[in-house]
Ligand binder design. Structure first.
Ligand code: PMP
Length: 440
């Protein structure tokens, strides 16, 4: 039946199907980091629902919370009415957030995807400031609805362009493929100066925007971390000019980067945080949390049908508490360090590995063509064809790894935070074997 399912999917589903193309398997069971296909093969899942599954597949704590809620007879869908499940989720969420931010913060339930929360945050800041434009970054990814797409960097998915508002794109300080042809700290300093000049230049600068939106570690952009100092500078620049700072932690949140929330690394306090993916414990849930002074919407100013998914709130509260109680953010930091160290060692043996980067369990391995000319920063051209071959070779070796980055040439590792040492070794073995086999 697996072949028949795949065949029907090919003819019946939209031509835009994506992950299904990369991984032509029919999963029938999953547990932790393991996915089992209909053919009985087992795969280690380094995609984990595009970074959603902090606790892996079907974690007992999450399943128990869902079962408990189902058995309680609680209404499963109640728009935005008050429920005990929502109350409990809100408590767990606010307790998990940095205290300086969460004190007095407001939670707006959006629904049900990350892109909805991005739209809500952008719209809220426009309402409150009475201004229009947004500052966003090259390489950023915020979602597929018009506003979220407009602030995303990926040109290919924006053509033909759906209108999403006025966006000024700023260079993200990407050390490997450095903007301005300047690497390291020099490049970051130029990036800071560039933003300041752009905002302050009375002739040719931008009109004061409604918000800046940024990821602490760019996910779809290829696991590119923003340096802590640079992020603090963005916070200073926006605060000095009265521009609300929205941090998109849809992918970085819930322990993934080695801290419960990625803003903790730099210590910045944003004006709003956009959260989704892992906060729903594998069910759809999305919120914007913002400082109370931005609570400027009239009742009903931003509504939606699916804003009260009871099961997602129960699963999410259980996930948040489990990650905190078991120190899984620190665990992600430790396993991430180990993987990065080993991958950096591998890079010295395999010149097709141009860059290894990331934070915690959000790791990118960029594949390049070392026979070509390097750019001014010493980076070789990305090799997306090789990356696709490696993805296929990984799958053949029982490893699910998806691609990302500007040219889709970055292998992205987003395993569950519950990954064991043994599984981490297996990921490295299969990955290095697959790269060696696929490299020219
Ligand atoms: N923001 C970030 C940082 C993301 O990584 C994503 C999804 N990859 C989104 C927003 C959009 O979330 P969704 O796909 O749930 O709409």
């Amino acid at each position: 039946p697996a072949e028949a399912i795949l065949r029907r999917q090919r003819v019946r589903e939209s031509a835009a199907r994506t992950y299904a193309r990369s991984f032509p398997i029919v999963p029938v069971r999953a547990h932790g980091m393991t996915v089992e296909g209909a053919d009985g093969r087992r795969y280690l899942d380094c995609l984990a629902g595009a970074g959603t599954l902090a606790l892996g597949h079907n974690h007992p704590v999450v399943l128990a919370a869902i079962r408990r809620t189902l058995d309680s007879g609680a209404p499963l869908h109640l728009l935005d009415l008050a429920t005990a499940e929502k109350d409990d989720f809100t408590t767990a969420l606010l307790e998990s957030l940095p205290a300086e931010f969460a004190g007095g913060a407001r939670v707006h339930f959006c629904g049900p995807a990350g892109t909805d929360a991005v739209e809500a945050a952008l719209k809220l800041m426009q309402t409150v400031t009475g201004r229009r434009g947004t500052l966003a970054f090259t390489g950023g990814y915020h979602g597929m609805t018009a506003g979220a797409l407009a602030v995303s960097g990926n040109v290919a998915v924006k053509e033909p362009l759906p209108s999403g508002g006025e966006v000024t794109r700023l260079p993200f300080p990407f050390r490997y493929r450095c903007p301005f042809g300047l690497g390291g700290e020099a490049g970051e300093r130029v990036s800071v100066r560039y933003v300041e000049r752009l905002l302050d230049d009375p002739s040719g600068g931008v009109v004061r925007p409604a918000a800046m939106i940024v990821e602490v570690v760019q996910g779809e952009g290829g696991a590119v971390p923003a340096p802590d100092d640079w992020l603090r500078e963005m916070r200073r620049i926006t605060a000095e000019r009265g521009i609300p700072l929205i941090v998109d932690e849809v992918q970085t949140g819930v322990g993934r980067t080695g801290a419960m929330w990625a803003v903790e690394h730099s210590g910045i306090t944003p004006d709003a945080m956009v959260l989704s993916k892992a906060i729903g414990g594998s069910l759809p849930l999305a919120v914007v949390v913002y400082r109370e002074e931005y609570d400027g919407w009239q009742p009903g100013a931003h509504t939606g049908t699916f804003r009260g998914n009871t099961l997602a709130m129960a699963a999410g509260a259980a996930t948040l508490r489990h990650v905190t109680a078991n120190g899984l953010a620190s665990r992600a930091a430790a396993v991430g360090r180990y993987l990065m160290t080993e991958l950096t060692a591998l890079q010295r043996q395999l010149p097709v590995i141009g860059d290894v980067r990331g934070r915690g369990l959000m790791i990118g391995v960029e594949l390049v063509d070392p026979s070509a000319e390097p750019d001014v920063c010493g980076a070789y051209p990305a090799d997306p064809a090789l990356a696709r071959r490696v993805r296929e070779a990984c799958l053949a070796r029982g490893l699910i790894v998806e691609l990302g980055g500007r040219h889709d040439a970055v292998l992205r590792l987003l395993p569950p935070l519950t990954i064991t040492d043994e599984q981490a070794h297996a990921v490295l073995d299969r990955l290095s074997d697959a790269i060696a086999a696929a490299a020219p």
